[in-house]
Ligand binder design. Sequence first.
Ligand code: COA
Length: 222
Amino acid sequence: MVTIGLIGIGGVGPEFMPQIPWSLEHFNPELLQQNPRLVYVESESETDHYAGHEVMSLDDFKALPPEETCFNVGIADGSARKHLSEELESHGFGLLGIYHSRSQCLAHTPPGPGILLGRAGISVNSTVGRSLLVLGASLIGQNCALGDYVTIGSQVCIEHTHVGDFAQVWNGAIVTPGTADKPRRIGQGAIIGMGAYIDEDVPDGAVMVGNPSRELRRNPVS
Ligand SMILES: CC(C)(COP(=O)(O)OP(=O)(O)OC[C@H]1O[C@@H](n2cnc3c(N)ncnc32)[C@H](O)[C@@H]1OP(=O)(O)O)[C@@H](O)C(=O)NCCC(=O)NCCS
């Protein structure tokens, strides 16, 4: 039997689990035909069921046959998504994209594997890397380039903006757009806090908060 595991009960997993049937119907109909069981994967869980779904430990999940097992990682921290994705892909498990039934992805170039696209949109001429997470009511507008393991919270609208690998842009942040010739740049591993107002390029690793924004600290970027 095919199993689809969503890692992270405490993260954004519960927002995406109910979207899996619609997503399969539209993007992976061959998997839906196999009537997959949908499970949460969570090592710390004290319960064996959550919101109507079985909960498996990571070790039990890793023991499943790789050819019949897919997964995604519903954790907001892109580093955790990378770590767990690579570990499970090394076991031969398939990384499955999950799309909300009210999402719209118009990108000419297909998104990298493992996208988690909430009730949000991605515009025609934007590109996104591996394991992008976008929460609801956000829009990745024209001429955006999002790196790998980027996290975009809710109510974020960006355009003419390039976002580096592992960067996070949190709920309600305002990022004034660059131009077609000179896109706004959010650096690799940068964190834009909730509600921050960003009207300049943000360096790699910078943690920006407030309106007007200030740099809270600079995290090392590996
Ligand atoms: C940016 C962020 C990561 C910083 O977190 P942190 O490093 O733990 O920061 P702290 O809570 O220690 O606060 C440090 C200072 O920054 C200020 N600050 C933190 N976040 C802020 C924000 N979003 N806007 C304005 N000021 C903020 C604090 O008031 C504090 O100021 P002070 O030193 O003058 O007292 C965090 O605040 C944030 O915005 N996270 C987004 C999380 C989110 O949206 N989750 C949704 C999950 S679905």
